[in-house]
Design a protein around this ligand. Sequence first.
Ligand SMILES: Cc1cc2nc3c(=O)[nH]c(=O)nc-3n(C[C@H](O)[C@H](O)[C@H](O)COP(=O)(O)OP(=O)(O)OC[C@H]3O[C@@H](n4cnc5c(N)ncnc54)[C@H](O)[C@@H]3O)c2cc1C
Length: 397
Amino acid sequence: MNFELSEEQQMLRKTVRDFVDHEIMPHIGEWDAKGHFDTDTLKKISKLGLMGVCIPFKYGGSGMDYNSLAIVCEELERGDTAFRTAVSVHTGLNSMTLLQWGNEDQKAKYLVPQAKGEKVGAFGLTEPGAGSDVASLQSTAKRDGDDYILNGQKTWISLCDTADHFLVFAYTDKEKSHHGISCFIVERTMTGFSSKATKGKLGIRAGNTGELFFDDVRVPKENLLGKEGDGFKIAMAALDNGRFTVAAGACGQIMACLEASVEYCHERKTFGKEIGKHQLVKQMIANMEAGLQMSRLLVWKAGELKNKGKRNTRETSLAKWQACDFANKAADDAVQIHGAYGYSNEYPVERYLRNSKAPVIYEGTREIHTIMQADYVLGYRKDKSLDQMLPEWPFED
Ligand SMILES: Cc1cc2nc3c(=O)[nH]c(=O)nc-3n(C[C@H](O)[C@H](O)[C@H](O)COP(=O)(O)OP(=O)(O)OC[C@H]3O[C@@H](n4cnc5c(N)ncnc54)[C@H](O)[C@@H]3O)c2cc1C
């Protein structure tokens, strides 16, 4: 066990932090108020190489380890959840899935431009009638010669209007329940594809979330990821990586809550002293610090297992569940510490509170992770080894 960041990781943290301070912090209040997803900022994130940080050099990435991705997510979410979510779906859910399950042709065509940040990837699993219960999805893909004909609808998809490529899950054989789900690489430019952003969200208003529609979309058979019927296990393996980035981002959210709260504690006086000197306020600050440190340890443990090429579903689920709950509580307490001022957008903490709710819902709700953890302990759930694992780090190339 080594808890010290390498020199390269320290530089990475500083680079992302400087970027967030200069390119996101000054504008995020306005973007959030207007519901504007700033694609120019996403392009700048790509130019910095942050969209492929843990993808091997030979596939266009920076070749850093999986905990470096956690550092990127932590620092980005210190700025806002929207840009961390973009990296989560692009890198965690899409690119790492291509790395784990794609053949060499698929990697050359889709992973390389995504890792270089030239193209954006996203992940289409959720449907109007299928969230936690993935097997209830209704989308279908019927084989027709050398193609599949894809029909259906996805909802709550991050980067719905922005991404170039989507991993889309649909039934190729409904009779086989979740063993009949397959995964396809779908391009935005394919005929019959359309998307529509969702308005009126509680949080992540500076992000892009919405629906995807597939109307007889002809997807070449070369775009089937894995084999027919592999879709469910590919989706679950993808979530091991997506959840990891969400957990890391939650640490950044707690850091932001701490920064704002500590500053306010020194600034605001009641009963003749700084509010930070009142014991019950100290309690909230102490809880935030404990939440940050515990969450980070859980994230790094999951990252270390990824580095070693080991299955980490259990550890990642625990990290995601706990870190998101801690972040949600930290944001609630940050508003509390700011009193009425925390209730207005004069201070950023109301945005933190709104943003902290979605991560408790997406990539496995709090309840789903609670059940998973109990089932592991009770012996009701055991993970089998997967046919394909992420490559161990250091990468071979
Ligand atoms: C901002 C945002 C971005 C998102 N981005 C994406 C994306 O990029 N791609 C994508 O595919 N999806 C995305 N999602 C969707 C997200 O993953 C789903 O919302 C999530 O899986 C929960 O599904 P649901 O909303 O249908 O809730 P449901 O599954 O309908 O759950 C409703 C409630 O019932 C509880 N519940 C359900 N089953 C059980 C059970 N067995 N035991 C106990 N309680 C249970 C849940 O915990 C929850 O409280 C996003 C969602 C949001 C909010």
